[in-house]
Design a protein around this ligand. Sequence first.
Ligand code: NAI
Length: 224
Amino acid sequence: MDIKNISQAVIGRLPRYYRYLGELKDEGVERISSQELSKEMHVTASQIRQDFNHFGGFGQQGYGYNTEYLYNEIGKILGLDQKHNMILVGAGNLGSALVRYMNFRNRGFFFKAAFDINEALYGKQIAGITVYPLDSIADYIRENEIDIAVLTIPKAGAVKVAEVLSTCPIKAIWNFAHTDLELPERIQVENVHLSDSLMRLSYEIRRYEEESSVKTPNKPAHRK
Ligand code: NAI
């Protein structure tokens, strides 16, 4: 299967399929048709079939897909059949919350250590992982087969940290710092901006209110 030329839009939908299929599998659902999956996920059945056809269709035969097979195959495409060791950079509020969220483990993502510049945090534990001085990050990565660095630090420090990480054998950065990072091609980056999601939500509130004010013209469109 050649997954190099598949559009980002299709790849972007895979985690959602994976989550739903995981829930169905846990509920003991053995087979599911694209129509049923479509109802569950509010995506058209033809979109689902088109998406799956990029990966050879996952062998839908007779009545629907085998839920567990489909779940495992999508997991493989997402690289979730491998374990990923991670480190945290920035052991503050956001970073600590991520480390404490145990569900990442269920997906194969394991926090191994945290790094910070605040001396008061050195040696402290967050959900069983230790906070070390930032200076020791390169040695730690080399000695511990770390795949992913999770950056939960302010923008000001992120570029410098990325420079250090560029020299280390990591595979990816999960970047929460609000800045674009310059990295070698071998290091993959996923930028996360929770506020973008909140802005999309704000847009949806606005759209809904405008649409309902057209239907019921006396109702004010926006709260001030
Ligand atoms: P925080 O102040 O609680 O924690 C930041 C931690 O990073 C502190 O422990 C600090 O000592 C450490 N730190 C600062 N510079 C560092 C460096 N160069 N190397 C290593 N550690 C360093 O802040 P919080 O709430 O955890 O947020 C962290 C950052 O994440 C903020 O700058 C914020 O802008 C960003 N953020 C991003 C979000 C997103 O969706 N992308 C959402 C929320 C926060």
